[in-house]
Design a protein around this ligand. Sequence first.
Ligand code: GLV
Ligand code: MN
Ligand code: MN
Length: 406
Amino acid sequence: MEVEVLKRVLARVDELGGISDSAEYLQRTFLSTANREAGERVMGWMRELGMDAAHDAGGTVRGFLAGSAEGKAVLIGSHIDTVINGGKYDGALGVIAALGALEQLKVEGVELPFPVHVLGFSDEEGVRFQSTYLGSAGVIGALDAGMLAVKDEGGLTVEEVISQEGWHECAEVFSYDETNAAGYLELHIEQGRVLEEAGESVAVVSGIFAQARLRVSVEGLADHAGTTPMNLRRDALAGAAECVLAAEGFARENDGMVATVGVMKVLPGASNGIAQTCNFTLDVRCAENDLLESGLGVLKGRFAEISKSRELELKWEVVQVNGAVPCDEGMVADLVKSAEKVTGTARVLGSGAGHDGVMMSRVMPVGMIFVRCRAGLSHHPDEFAEAGDIEAGIDVMVEFLKRRVQ
Ligand code: GLV
Ligand code: MN
Ligand code: MN
């Protein structure tokens, strides 16, 4: 691809990586100030490319070339939100790469006989609400009452955040389904080590694993740390710790399953007090829906036994379950041909990480390109992808779009 186009892509990854709600690290959660600023920046780049750009009430941004062909649009994008203390490639690269691919096609003078819409989703990580894909759910009309009622840590619901803190006054409603969209394509860093170990730049994604996100609460009795005998304690934190280890142990016993507790809050939170309440998140994933379902059943049972044996009360709330999503066979086949042409090889990989394609797949075919990332490290500030690998990924995207012209 053109050196200048690649340089712009890399500079934009750095630029977006500098837009954060924290002065110390990268954080852009759903509809935060930085999340909206990142959206403004992306819309500016869209306009530089001659695109019409706008955002919807949920903070998702979109651009398309005015006066381009009629017909079903090919959607390309990723997300502009990040985790807390995240890396600058997760999500942002996919949005910026989509603009890079269109710029490359412009340089080459290629006019696509179908419209292309670039999307930057405002929430894929689900950090603020534990409920993920709020941006992509919005554009396919899947933000249902259940999702709108989920609360953040401050007690605000998704609906309240959209109407109080977001871009609620905007008139734009992005609405995609099988009648106006031909498919959704996303480029993303692999967030695993397969490509690095294989010494390859890019892969084609076969599908996205099933995932469940839960909120668990263990209730005990706050008491004095100095005077309460060990055998009389109802320590919520000790019980929660046993649950965390039970989840870890269970996932280790089941090949292909992963379980993570990433957030834990201890109340009232005093060094000389026994914990009354311990609230924690639980994220469980695996390739098969059945294994996820049965696994959740087993884990709930184990947590209940632990709680009972310690005279604690367990609350188990399933915030979101997304079944495994296969990528579209036709898109996978075209991406494989495109990757083979660009790099000479095309490995096909499953994704343990969640992506916006999960939501988009409800109404259209989805396909994904993975780009190698250093040590497979992601959700970490040291996340990194080489320029040459990013270039290969964008070249695959360009080739995929050109193939649809023939
Ligand atoms: C997003 O990165 C997820 O897989 O949770
Ligand atoms: Mn991501
Ligand atoms: Mn992520």
